[in-house]
Design a protein around this ligand. Structure first.
Ligand code: ZN
Length: 125
């Protein structure tokens, strides 16, 4: 068994002002899933993207808007949601404080999470 404090896990810059921590993953010997914790400041966001694996998200702190191909949806601490493979998605901190959430991906999803970005710079013309 491996026990870690989130506060002791190194931080990686991600998206628009967001910070990612790979809490449990390949370095801990996880064979199937990767658990990441993200902190996003007010106004910050993950990349607008899609990929062929799912996300399972649990909001721990704050308020946000989930954007995708459908209508925008509000989420807050205590909300869990599932993004199926190939569905476009982005989470934007639309609250006044820090947004913290857990995002689980399959092993192959870690580090390929910025694939097929739809931001103005990366979107196909
Ligand atoms: Zn994603």
């Amino acid at each position: 068994m491996i026990i870690r404090k989130v506060s002791e896990v190194p931080t990686i810059s991600y998206g628009k002002g967001a910070q990612k921590k790979v809490v449990i993953g390949p370095n801990e010997g996880a064979p199937t899933f990767v658990m990441r914790v993200f902190d996003v400041p007010p106004g910050g966001a993950s990349n607008d993207h899609s990929h062929d694996f799912e996300h399972e998200v649990l909001i721990l702190q704050g308020e946000a808007t989930c954007k995708g191909d459908g209508p925008d949806q509000k989420v807050e601490a205590g909300t869990a949601y599932f993004i199926p493979p190939n569905e476009r998605h982005q989470i934007v901190n639309t609250g006044k404080g820090n947004l913290r959430f857990v995002c689980l991906v399959p092993l192959r999803g870690e580090d390929s999470d910025q694939a097929a970005c739809f931001c103005k710079t990366c979107a196909p013309k």
